[in-house]
Design a protein around this ligand. Sequence first.
Ligand code: ADP
Length: 261
Amino acid sequence: MKERVPVPDSKDEIAQLGILFNEVMDDLEQSFVQQKQFIEDASHELRTPLTIIQGHLSMLNRWGKRDPEVLEKSLQASLKEVERLNALVAELLTLSRAESEQLPAEGLEPSLVNEVATLVSNHFQVLHPHISLQQQLFPEDARIAMPARYLEQTLIILLDNAIKYSPTEQPSIAVRTAKEDGMIAIHVEDRGMGIPAEDLPFVLNRFYRVDKARSRKLGGNGLGLAIAKRLVEAYSGTISLRSTEGAGTTVSLTFPAYTGI
Ligand code: ADP
């Protein structure tokens, strides 16, 4: 810790105040550094689609009026990038809100774990009839102190990844809920490509992608797991990943059971 104001070598209120001041300044500095990094990372990510759109617009400007093939190709490519930009901005907003703790207070709106897990799984099965989606839920439903819409958002991110990174005709995915050591656990398991051991410690960091080009092609911005982590941790939960390259990935969420009325 930097000593911004000298702290007298005594145990009185002045010394206490000095220590407190230095701690507050440290926290402030750390939060400024983090914000600056966030803005730098976000700007960098926003630039990629913008540069691609710019490229296509100048192609259109030069050749598009005479060449219908260029016109069609560049228009489609630009539209796709605008779609990506939109999704990226929406994800950045969610992450920023989750990071600045603008979320409803814990315990105010508990959710039923099995109910939400079933809802999201059924929704995915309808949207992606080709996947084999198993549900194994504990017998009696339990509540956790996370609002249903955030638990839904988290499970959507995990199921979306399980499908995206399962490069087979029929991705096999399981959603399991369990009571483990007095905690409520939700596991999303796939048999997809897995994550190399050297990347595993970093995939929860924002903008981290194992294979940037591949993830981008699949529509990923490297923000999904960072958003999931912020949301889960805001409601006293934890998120962890187990993965074997070439064999599959299990993402596990754990929460204390909600005991309020
Ligand atoms: P993205 O939007 O790129 O998918 P995420 O933050 O959700 O970003 O995930 C970060 C990276 O972790 C992904 O780019 C991918 O490389 C890897 N990853 C996430 N989930 C899985 C999974 N279920 N199987 C394999 N790799 C995964």
